[in-house]
Design a protein around this ligand. Structure first.
Ligand code: UDP
Ligand code: MG
Length: 139
């Protein structure tokens, strides 16, 4: 995957609250092109693997429960400087610290249920995109 791509998930809380359309609109209006997109549900094993880096953290069990409780929207996005610009668009992990107008400020309930995922590096964007999509489902 080229380094102008990032990976996102609209997490179960955002889907449950009916925010898929509004969040995708904000992502598109911010200059990101949708490369791949699907509604899917992670299994417990999926979520444990996806968040393996956090396996020693106290919130890991809750995070896996949350991320598997309902469907998510997974997407690969493209834009110059995609990883950094998308992290700016979503805002801080804790919505209480997120800047005005960011997706987490607008739609996240708490540091745990924070509406969206955004990759933190080009390397992880490629790994996370490949976790959810085969090459033939990226356009
Ligand atoms: N998380 C949590 N409690 C914390 C920190 C993180 O429940 O104290 C959850 C939250 O859903 C977050 C995810 O774990 O989005 C991954 O954490 P990370 O530090 O990678 O934050 P992110 O990269 O998503 O901003
Ligand atoms: Mg992270």
């Amino acid at each position: 995957m080229a380094t102008n791509r990032t990976f996102t998930m609209l997490k179960p809380d955002a889907v449950e609250k009916g925010h898929i359309g509004a969040i995708l609109e904000k992502i598109s209006a911010s200059g990101f092109r949708i490369v791949a997109l699907k509604l899917t549900q992670m299994t417990k094993a999926d979520a444990q693997a996806f968040y393996a880096i956090h396996s020693e953290r106290p919130f890991y069990g809750e995070l896996v429960e949350y991320m598997t409780r309902g469907p998510i929207v997974a997407a690969v996005l493209e834009k110059d400087n995609a990883v950094e610009d998308f992290r700016t668009l979503i805002g801080a992990t804790n919505p209480a610290d997120a800047a005005e107008g960011t997706i987490r400020k607008l739609y996240a309930a708490s540091i745990g249920e924070n509406a969206v995922h955004g990759s933190d590096s080009d390397e992880n964007a490629a790994i996370e995109g490949a976790f959810h999509f085969s090459g033939r489902d990226m356009f």
